[in-house]
Design a protein around this ligand. Structure first.
Ligand code: DLL
Length: 436
């Protein structure tokens, strides 16, 4: 179902005219109200009046996460603090926290794009939506919540954690949709099995999973465990939160970026030059309607491609591919680039392995080594010879895929690796922990 068919199926030439009007307004607003933008524009010798066409966006300066840190907490807001209706913030695990803000109008737009996203996943009026994204400063919980209310479904604000209770609520309330990170969905599925709850005891038709990278192989596992469509939702706090882009069940092949609110580009992560559709590069977003916290060419660090083929669902908004990885998640091991998702794709091929894994990077003398930790599926009969053989097979397959052979593939007993209740930690880089 299209929540806002007028916008979601707008002919592309009309959509582009709307984008240009909104881009011009956003650029003028940011230039007039945010000193950092004005300074950057002046350094490049560009003025808001220079934006006459959508392609002129490439003349504008990039914005990066460090800019938010440097202006912490409120230095990039384009409205007086008293006009902010809400603030969200990132945890700041990789540096100082970053803060974003919304006017009442911004919250309306956010609810609109999330309502579209939930409807796009297959929600129908009267549904129950179980929301297990964390509520709080993280945008996942409250973002999905407001969109669900806007759409008019019954929302269960479960937040993350207390997984056995989540299973009981899913069963007792008969939720039709589940929102959480894909890694948490697998944790819930495993807890269901522990509690002896079969998927047929649930009424789930669709899941809305995002906030972390995941693979097609992971999708198959989740769909199998729950018997539902597992769909990808993308977003980031700096640009809005969840609901920047959403996958449709018709094709399950890429996520429609809500282009009436977000202008998307893909650039070469090294040089910043624009890349054509189909090429994988760094996603860059310019907000088109935000008032409190407009972003101009924000470099997400997320690697994906834009796909311009029309979609069977009838939406005219272009799709982005699944995120292939993050620029800063890429491991460089002996000069070779490795993305955790590539390891995931390989591990998920084995039914005897559970979909829980972690990678460690260790430095031994002058050399860096990759170690893979994964688990047996519960109930698989294991003996040492079988374990040794499987470890070898995986190491060999990873060598072929990555061009780096892991030093060790440890297969742990079922249920022993850490489980995620939100964004999973896939990589432990012991080099960064000072173990050199
Ligand atoms: O994770 C917003 C969100 C909440 C999206 C709930 C979807 C669902 P941040 O905490 O600011 O915001 O983290 C943003 O998470 O730059 C990506 O690296 C990653 N990410 C988000 N969605 C996806 C996805 C929320 N579908 C960062 N696939 C982004 C891969 C994703 N990575």
């Amino acid at each position: 179902m299209q929540w806002n068919a007028l916008m979601e199926s707008m002919p592309r030439d009309e959509l582009q005219r709307l984008q240009l009007d909104r881009l011009q307004a956003t650029v003028a607003h940011a230039y007039a109200r945010v000193p950092l933008y004005r300074r950057r524009f002046e350094e490049l010798g560009v003025h808001p009046d220079d934006i006459r066409d959508l392609t002129d966006v490439v003349r504008l300066p990039f914005t990066v996460k460090q800019d938010l840190r440097d202006t912490y907490p409120f230095g990039m807001f384009a409205v007086p603090r008293s006009e902010l209706a809400r603030i969200h913030a990132s945890s700041g695990t990789k540096g100082k926290a970053t803060v974003v803000g919304y006017t009442r109008g911004d919250l309306e737009v956010w609810a609109e794009v999330v309502a579209r996203s939930i409807a796009c996943a297959g929600a129908r009026p009267g549904d129950i939506l179980h929301n297990a994204y964390g509520y709080g400063l993280f945008t996942g919980g409250l973002g999905l919540h407001a969109g669900a209310e806007r759409l008019g479904v019954t929302v269960v604000p479960a937040s993350g954690g207390f997984t056995r209770r989540q299973v009981a609520l899913l069963q007792d309330f008969g939720a039709n949709g589940l929102c959480c990170t894909p890694s948490y969905a697998l944790n819930i599925a495993e807890t269901m099995a522990d509690m002896g709850v079969d998927r047929s005891a649930l009424q789930l038709r669709y899941g809305i999973f995002g906030a972390e990278p995941w693979t097609e192989a992971m999708r198959r596992r989740i769909e199998e465990q729950f018997g539902m469509d597992a769909l990808n939702i993308y977003g980031l706090s700096e640009v809005m939160g969840p609901g920047v882009a959403m996958e449709c069940p018709e094709e399950k092949a890429g996520l429609h970026v809500w282009e009436d609110h977000f202008l998307v580009e893909v650039v070469d992560p090294e040089t910043g030059s624009p890349l054509p559709d189909g090429a994988v590069g760094e996603l860059v977003f310019t907000s088109l309607t935000k008032q409190a916290f407009p972003v101009i060419r924000y470099r997400t660090g997320d690697l994906a491609a834009m796909l311009s083929e029309p979609c069977r669902c009838g939406r005219t908004h272009r799709r982005m591919s699944r995120v292939k990885g993050r620029v800063d998640d890429m491991l460089i091991i002996r000069g070779v680039n490795v993305f955790p998702q590539e390891v995931e794709l390989e591990l998920m091929q084995f039914e005897t392995l559970a979909p829980h894994y972690q990678l460690t990077v260790v430095r031994d003398g002058p050399l860096d080594h990759l170690e893979v930790h994964v688990e047996w599926t519960a109930g698989v009969p294991v003996n040492d010879a079988f374990a040794a053989e499987l470890s070898q097979t995986i190491a060999e397959r990873l060598r072929e895929r990555l061009q780096v052979r892991p030093r060790a593939v440890h297969i742990h007993p079922a249920g022993t690796l850490p489980r995620s209740e939100g964004k999973a930690v896939r990589v432990v880089d012991e080099r960064a922990l000072g173990s050199v």
